[in-house]
Design a protein around this ligand. Structure first.
Ligand SMILES: NC(=O)C1=CN([C@@H]2O[C@H](COP(=O)(O)OP(=O)(O)OC[C@H]3O[C@@H](n4cnc5c(N)ncnc54)[C@H](OP(=O)(O)O)[C@@H]3O)[C@@H](O)[C@H]2O)[C@@H](O)CC1
Ligand SMILES: Nc1ncnc2c1ncn2[C@@H]1O[C@H](COP(=O)(O)OP(=O)(O)O)[C@@H](O)[C@H]1O
Ligand SMILES: [K+]
Length: 513
């Protein structure tokens, strides 16, 4: 699913109005009706107090139109207009008049006014600012935001939490409404997925307002949200007459004394993701544990007991995953540099190998084209330098990816894979995965997918999706705290099966009906 910018959403508005020959007010009414239906379905006429805080633009207009529909259905609501500007939008004014025609008189809030009392059990609707915010809200408006927050009432934001810009991080966290739930129109917004802006709403949901599908389909976006449908469309089926050679030979290089587990996790994940063969390359201290606990893997050992000192093997792997638990011993750094100087096998690079790469631009130039790099935030900073806010981080990541022709997998709650000027935002995964070793599992999975013939960008997108899905499946059994990297590996098989689950359900539903 595409993630559109605010400008593109305004353009979609225009295209819809023209193509469907409707007024902008009719589109606002659609939006309000969807908001109303959402609330009505849940409240079923309950007489809970609803406070609607509206701005003076179209976000406020949505709020006013919603207030009218609520009032018509007998709900108890009070409407406030946060009067931050005299420049009211036409559709706001239309809806203000309609409300007054029904003898609902909003209370206009100005600087210095007393603020209304809000009970904990009440419901707040935040329709103060939407996509049109273009400067920080005034202090007295921020005070209203804080007042709403102090009430502890359930806060429902319309389109986006008020105070959030769509293209930069707010300077003051108090200047944003903290929503429990956001009902956003038609398309997801990038702000829901970035660590510095995603925190302002606990949940978000899309409401279909019938924007022109042709416009949405034909407009190229900088970001895409990756869900099951996207992954399914990339899936390569397993052939009946295939054999282990069909699915590639992955070589996992890494480990050092005390960190052999990282390689074990990556290699096991690689195998569970479908790599035909998996060989690991470790210091000698890794030989016995791996051969004892992981019979499916082949093991090649370095000449050194504790560290990788000379990457030397006589197999021809399809792809190499490198860096997990490898450490930065002097011998290892030299071995890695020598390896890069002669390697032309596709690479997936993680952990210490990334840290070594960060220290030399010359080394980065030696990476084969479309090498996958899987940094967590700290490793990313070492690679691309410090950024000022999540939006700049993404721009810097795109520039870096272009400069070195690499796929950058920016790991986090919503991992974003960046390549060729575009970002692919992942939707799976959970906080239980914030535990040692889950990153090693991801690297193994991406390596295993490249081995099977997925091109590096797709392997990354699919790997990240399945990794998160495996974590989501396993967390149902373990809870967040007990989820481990090993349990994520256990979940990989179910994550693959789950790709087809909806289709199966649909099929059985059709058969029954
Ligand atoms: N397709 C869709 O998705 C649909 C979207 N719809 C809805 O429209 C919403 C966007 O509405 P909007 O463009 O009128 O902007 P909104 O956020 O209400 O701001 C109002 C104005 O405030 C001003 N302003 C900005 N910052 C300020 C500040 N700090 N302090 C004071 N003033 C400030 C600025 O005007 P300026 O003063 O800069 O001229 C701005 O224009 C969208 O989020 C959704 O809810 C639906 O109705 C239909 C379909
Ligand atoms: N809160 C979270 N929600 C979803 N996924 C998460 C969360 N925290 C971490 N992850 C995922 O877990 C993995 C952690 O990787 P990393 O930090 O490299 O761990 P390690 O180095 O211990 O293997 C990444 O894939 C990341 O996206
Ligand atoms: K809002």
């Amino acid at each position: 699913m595409k993630i559109f910018s605010a400008e593109q959403i305004y353009a979609a508005d225009k295209a819809t109005i023209k193509k469907q020959d409707i007024t902008s007010d009719a589109l606002m009414e659609r939006a309000a009706t969807q908001l109303f239906n959402w609330l009505h379905l849940r409240l079923q006429g309950d007489q809970v107090k609803i406070h609607l805080f509206c701005g003076i633009g179209n976000n406020g207009g949505d709020g006013l139109a919603l207030a009218r529909q609520l009032q018509e259905h007998g709900y108890t609501c009070t409407v406030y207009v946060v009067n931050y500007s005299k420049k009211r939008s036409d559709d706001f004014l239309t809806n203000l008049k309609r409300l007054k025609d029904r003898e609902v008189w909003p209370e206009f809030l100005e600087e210095g006014d007393d603020l209304p009392e809000i009970g904990r059990e009440d419901i707040l609707v935040d329709a103060i600012f939407g996509l049109g915010l273009n400067r920080p809200p005034d202090d007295w408006v921020v005070e209203i935001f804080e007042h709403l927050h102090r009430s502890d009432a359930f806060t429902l934001s319309v389109d986006i939490p008020s105070g959030l810009f769509t293209d930069k991080v707010p300077a003051d966290e108090k200047a944003v409404v903290k929503a429990n739930h956001t009902l956003s129109f038609q398309v997801p917004k990038l702000i829901f997925f970035l660590p510095q802006t995603g925190i302002y709403t606990e949940q978000w949901e899309l409401l279909d307002i019938g924007l022109d599908t042709e416009f949405l389909m034909n407009t190229e976006t900088d970001y895409e949200l990756i869900g099951k449908n996207e992954v399914l469309s990339y899936y390569i089926p397993r052939e009946k007459f295939s054999h282990k050679g069909t699915y590639g030979h992955s070589l996992i290089i890494g480990g050092s004394y005390g960190k052999i587990g990282a390689v074990h996790l990556a290699a096991k994940a690689c195998l569970h993701t479908g790599s035909g063969l998996v060989t690991v390359y470790v210091p000698q201290c890794g030989y016995i544990p791996l051969q004892t606990n992981f019979p499916e893997a082949m093991v090649i050992t370095d000449v050194d007991e504790r560290h990788i000192s000379n990457i030397d093997f006589d197999i021809s792997p399809t792809v190499i995953g490198i860096g997990m638990g490898m450490g930065k011993d002097k011998k290892t750094v030299k071995a890695f540099i020598d390896f890069l100087n002669s390697n032309d096998t596709p690479l997936v690079v993680d952990a210490d190998a990334l840290n070594i790469l960060s220290e030399s631009k010359e080394l980065l130039k030696k990476l084969p084209s479309q090498t996958v790099l899987t940094p967590h935030p700290k490793e990313l900073e070492r690679l691309i330098g410090k950024w000022d806010g999540d939006f700049e981080k993404l721009e810097m990541a795109k520039a870096f990816s272009k400069m070195y022709d690499c796929v950058l997998v920016i790991k986090g709650a919503n991992t974003i894979t960046v390549y060729d000027g575009k970002g692919y935002v992942n939707t799976t995964g959970n906080p239980g995965m914030a535990t040692g070793g889950t990153g090693d599992v991801l690297t193994g999975m991406i390596t295993g997918l490249v081995a099977q013939g997925y091109e590096p960008l797709r392997a990354s997108i699919i790997g990240v999706y399945l990794h998160g899905r495996a974590g989501d499946i396993e967390v149902e059994k373990t809870g967040y705290q007990a989820l481990t990297a090993s349990s994520v590996i256990e979940g990989i098989g179910r994550a693959f099966l789950d790709l087809f689950a909806v289709n199966e359900e649909l099929k059985s539903g059709r058969e029954q009906s």
